[in-house]
Write a protein that binds this ligand. Sequence first.
Ligand SMILES: Nc1nc2c(ncn2[C@@H]2O[C@H](COP(=O)(O)OP(=O)(O)OP(=O)(O)O)[C@@H](O)[C@H]2O)c(=O)[nH]1
Ligand SMILES: [Mg+2]
Length: 631
Amino acid sequence: MFVLGTAGHVEHGKSSLVKALTNIDPDRLPEEKAREMTVDLGFADLILPSGNHVSIVDVPGHEKFIKNMLSGVGSIDLALLIVAADESVMPQTIEHLSILDTLKIPNSIVVITKCDLVDEEIIAVVKEEIIETIQSTSIKNSPIISVSSVTLDGLDALKTQIDSMLISSEPPINFKIPRLPIDRCFTISGFGTVVTGTLIDGPLRISQEIEIANTGVRGRIRGLQSHSEKVEITQPGVRLAVNLSGISKSEINRGDILTIPNTLQSTKIVDVQLTISKMSPQTIKHNQGITFHAFTSECNARVRILNASNLSQDETGACQILLQEPLTLVKGDSYIIRSSEYTLGGGIILDPHPKRRHKRFDDSILNHFLSLESGDDKDVIIESINKVGNISFADLCKSTNLTNQLCIENLTSLIEDNSVIQIRNTIDSALAEEEIRQDGIFFSSTSWNMIKNSCYAILSNHHELFPLRPGMRSQELRNRLELKQSTFTGFIAKLTGELSLLEIQNYIKLPDHNPVLDSKSLETAKSYLAELTIGDYSPSTEYKIENEILEYLIFARKIIRVSESILYPVEILDKMNSILINYLTVNDTITVAEARTLFESSRKYMLPYLEYLDQQQITIRTGDYRSLRKN
Ligand SMILES: Nc1nc2c(ncn2[C@@H]2O[C@H](COP(=O)(O)OP(=O)(O)OP(=O)(O)O)[C@@H](O)[C@H]2O)c(=O)[nH]1
Ligand SMILES: [Mg+2]
């Protein structure tokens, strides 16, 4: 699943192109329709020739709405930089290009629109200008495609190009903490609060508890929709509408991040690598005030340059950014900085939680920045785990390219500070520490929390749906969590070991789940038991009760299921067993006909009863005769 974003100068035909491609008008606000100009983000869905879906985010071109533009391009996979054939490259083309360049958007296509208005010669000139403009940027190798949204010329070629670029793109990693930078929040009557955004990093699922980072407000996911379809779980990289319970619209703003509780911390100071754009009209000075933009959020901030007194165009520096408001950021996030008029540059977050304000021009600090940029062995281990969620020791050595010894040393220290969680592949306790590591399956703290939270959400949903069941069958839980058997066994062993989960007879449950019959169900259960008891050795098979109550009684061993339709109260079955054992001690064998006489019952009951005894290993069958099993 990928997201495509438009970019380009005002009125160059971005929204018209989206409409021509998808039949959806992304300009949804009355103000936009009246002014024929995009003011805020617009959204549409496109089905490509391959059948793949992409979501489209359409941004405004007018410089007045640049903040809205910035909140739309933060998490796109492919940019369409739009240039109108009758105007060619204009100031907002340059500014948007500078933003795409700084954010290092992985794929882009330059689209020349309005080709119906000019002749071939002009298109060739516009193409030349575009090539010259993009040549020093990260999108210099982008294909350039000419189209008209009026005659529809070139649209098929554009779709094919989008398709081929996205098919060869890497799907996003999905074992980090899910983050949904919110770009819209509204209420739908009958449903309540809905937020939309592009999901990054990890999956979200229905009934999961969520938190709005920064404010700590919590709620639960009631529904998820992607491409106008309901889904139970979504992978990252998709446009998503999330229906929330327990949170009102007034508690959420654009720029907030929806995530899972107790995972992300907000920050007001970040260590960054900052590059001033080649297209920036200004250099920046130490301590300069700027606005800081990351995903859908923005705030005023100040830049401390640690290795220089100022940074000019195309220069990169080690900086600290002091944010005026707390934002939730993660290592590796991209950001943009702007003056009140221009985009100045941006870069990558190296450390979202530095301990303090750093001294300037200090060699040890600058070396620390260099190691943050390149990443040490521990970072490499965490990255490798996060790519797959959990990993065996052998696979970890392979994917990190580290020796066994280095892997063991780093893992031991990562486990000590809870950055890595190990579960055991086997339950052999007589191992040395080194052997224990080699026997391990490793999670990062984030992938561990993810899977643990998914497990809790699945169970709590199951308990809510089936309050009388003892829990979820362990194999069903394993399938839902999509874990290998050995990983699942270790995972459950660890959680049951710390009493976060309980396992009873192949059922897994949360510790506070205790099935009890309410007074009405209790009445039903009592009359049912009474009815079965009246039948003595031939209990009624006609009298039926709700399956959930029946299963509850069976699990509670009030009733024993002898076959699909024959059920005995436990006291009666115990009595029958002792009569039968006595009989067999005296007579050695019994047939179905003899059992019929013994219990004054019919074949309908006695055949399943004797089969049940074989199955319970009380009797053994030889032809028509059954005898007691030895021992
Ligand atoms: N002839 C012709 N006109 C076009 C074409 N594409 C767009 N237009 C016209 O150009 C004008 C601007 O188009 P929009 O699609 O609103 O441009 P935009 O880039 O979305 O504008 P903003 O969102 O405000 O930046 C409208 O009047 C469109 O009808 C085209 O391919 N050919
Ligand atoms: Mg528009």
